[in-house]
Write a protein that binds this ligand. Structure first.
Ligand code: GLA
Length: 653
């Protein structure tokens, strides 16, 4: 009896404890915003994400947080919260395409949601009771489309609480885990194993071979005009006659040897497999310098990346001088004192150098474009030794009279003609963000690859949003012609001088590399190579995964199934096997978007023979682990991590 009474007293005391304490207030803008996740830009205190005064539907606010979808913050209320108040809406600086939804959640459940909001909508009044809630989450979704222009404000946002102060919870940091087995000491000739060059155009091909150095290379069947450096494995020269031929290459060291055929096509097409390389944009942005580019080339060799097929070192925007010479010549700026010397340095290592320009008067970064100087610029680049051009629409939008197909194609056709005139092979990368279904006509205007989307950022919504929407472009990929879903966002990125670790979790990074490999996408590393950690290196040096990307047949994967939470993709490979990617994408629901307890969820995903168009016995291999999983007859299933992937290759028995 006594015990029961005491218990009752304890319950009543707990229930009323809060009421005896004074109500306190903490504003969102007083909290530690470093814990607030944001998928584009940086969270701003009392300002919009672009740094303007907070303004929603014409109404100005002094206080609040300017953020960008997707945005999340998890707050520990210790069960002492009373209520959350705010005015929520899209900031008036957002574009017409902007749409978001605001959510207040408590302990895994939605407590309040704004409904879909568009630019110009008046602010929604948020008043949410928090009694008994342990953890509260504020979440801004992309409104079901893409995060483009989603500048979202939590204006006048504050929590009322009793006693212990609410504190933001550190976002869960998932530990990296390496699946790629260590590179063996025995020689291995990796991928790509096909190479295209023009007639009488300089050939530079570094045989991608791993194994303990020194390696000794030899070759038979080298066509007239080509030589192989036995120490470096670099093939150089020029071939006068068109045609295709196989070079039988051997790489040897004290541990053994490997012999493989490398097929060279002369006078046909360039980029016979998706270009693999590095681009300065996602790390250095406009601050890129010649030294950084040179360091990237050196890192390709020193880190071993070049042994796994990585060959292009591409300078993005930010290299151009402010003015042309009197003769109209385009120069590099003071950050790039000697382009020719840079190209020579890159070529000496068997690598290639890429550059960037725009058909407009200005590039996207405000540097000089090639407008009305196309041939002159192509000649300048060829004289430096440039092997790859990214040609970015940018300010050409002001020159084009409309967005008709003819106008969209015109500047790309002009530059194509110029590249055909110069005495160097220059791979041609169109960048116009997918306008006018560029996949359909990118090849026709002479592109070797074309961007199919806007710019990628290092968030799940951006990477997955781009990657998983590429199915429609699959029919247009083939050797020499590739859909480009933008560059890789692994490692240290930052789009400017200050770099930080990618925001993608390890599982999301496995998905990124697997999906881009399945899509036969150009693989352009966007991180600082001087800070490569073991995990990032392992993601970029798995030869069985790269082999899927570099398969000579050049098929792009297609989507086989999609449920609310999973997807399965398939890519046919030249040897009759197929690569299969099983992805646990998760539900696009607010409850799923927040990781409440830090646990990585898994899901069992199965491969149905019928759906994937396979029959009979299959030898199934796990490509990341480089391990055979056994022979399967009519079904296969695997456990897949949240936002992660299992990448398989099925060999018919
Ligand atoms: C555009 C492109 C990016 C990058 C920048 C450079 O945004 O899409 O990939 O090249 O321009 O200014």
């Amino acid at each position: 009896m006594k015990l029961k009474k005491m218990l009752l007293y304890a319950i009543v005391a707990t229930a009323f404890a809060g009421c005896n304490q004074p109500i306190k207030t903490i504003y969102l803008d007083e909290m530690d915003l470093s814990k607030m996740e944001i998928d584009w830009g940086e969270n701003q205190i009392n300002k919009s994400v672009d740094g303007n005064p907070l303004s929603i539907g014409g109404e100005r606010f002094e206080r609040g947080v300017g953020t960008h979808a997707e945005s999340k913050i998890l707050v520990n209320l210790h069960g002492k919260g009373k209520a959350f108040f705010a005015k929520a809406g899209l900031d008036d600086e957002s574009g017409d395409l902007a749409s978001v939804e605001f959510f207040v959640m408590g302990d895994g459940k939605i407590l309040w949601q704004s409904g879909l909001m568009k630019n110009g909508d008046p602010p929604k009044n948020v008043e949410v009771a928090l009694d008994g809630i342990q953890k509260m989450a504020l979440y801004v979704s992309d409104g079901g489309d893409y995060i483009h222009y989603d500048h979202a404000d939590w204006a006048n946002a504050y929590i009322e609480f009793y006693g212990e102060k609410p504190v933001p919870i550190e976002p869960v940091e998932h530990e990296t885990y390496i699946l790629t087995p260590p590179v063996p000491k025995t020689p291995r000739i990796n991928y790509p194993r096909v190479y295209g060059a023009g007639r009488d155009k300089p050939v530079i091909f570094r045989i991608p071979a791993s194994g303990e150095r020194p390696l000794k290379f030899s070759a038979s069947g080298l066509s007239k005009g080509l030589t192989l450096d036995a120490t470096t494995g670099i093939i150089t020269g020029k071939v006068a006659h068109p045609g295709s031929f196989d070079i039988r290459v051997t790489a040897e060291n004290d541990n053994g040897k490997d012999t493989q055929d490398i097929r060279i096509h002369i006078g046909h097409k360039l980029a016979l497999t998706p270009p693999m390389g590095w681009n300065s944009w996602n790390c250095w942005g406009l601050s890129v310098t010649q030294d950084q580019v040179k360091a990237a080339a050196d890192a390709f060799v020193n880190s071993g990346l070049a042994d796994h097929g990585w060959a292009f070192i591409n300078i993005d925007d930010g290299w151009e001088a402010a003015e042309r010479t009197n003769a109209g010549e385009l120069l590099s700026n003071e950050k790039f004192p000697d382009m020719k010397a840079l190209a020579d340095h890159v070529h000496a290592q068997g690598l290639k150098l890429g550059i960037y320009s725009s058909p407009g008067t200005e590039t996207c970064g405000g540097y000089l474009g090639s407008w009305e100087h196309e041939l002159q610029d192509a000649r300048t680049w060829a004289s430096w030794g440039i092997d790859y051009l990214k040609y970015d629409w940018c300010s050409y939008g002001k020159i084009a009279t409309d967005r008709s197909l003819e106008e969209l194609q015109k500047p790309y056709r002009i530059m194509r003609k110029c590249l055909d005139i110069v005495d160097r092979d220059i791979i041609y990368s169109l960048c116009q963000y997918g306008m006018g279904d560029v996949s359909v006509w990118g090849e026709e205007v002479g592109g070797n690859l074309w961007r199919t989307t806007g710019d990628i950022t290092d968030s799940w919504s951006s990477m997955a949003g781009i990657g998983f929407s590429q199915n429609k472009n699959s029919p247009f990929a083939k050797p020499g012609s590739w859909n480009d879903p933008d560059m890789l966002v692994v490692g240290q990125v930052g789009w400017g001088p200050d770099l930080r670790k990618t925001k993608l979790t390890p599982d999301e990074q496995y998905t990124h590399i697997s999906l881009w490999s399945m899509l036969a996408a150009p693989l352009l590393i966007g991180c600082d190579l001087s800070q490569l950690d073991d995990f990032t290196l392992s993601l970029l040096t798995n030869d069985e995964v790269i082999a899927v990307n570099q398969d000579p047949m050049g098929m792009q994967a297609t989507k086989v199934f999609q449920t609310d939470e999973t997807q399965g993709w398939k890519k046919e490979l030249l040897d009759g096997s197929i690569a299969i990617g099983l992805f646990y994408t998760g539900k696009a629901s607010p409850e799923e978007a927040i990781i409440w307890d830090g646990e990585i969820k898994t899901k069992t995903i199965s491969v149905s023979w019928d759906a994937f168009g396979i029959s009979g016995k299959q030898k199934v291999r796990d490509l990341w682990r480089q391990k055979d999983l056994g022979i399967f007859e009519d079904s296969f299933e695997s456990s897949v991590n949240y936002h992660g992937v299992v990448l398989l290759r099925f060999f018919p028995e």
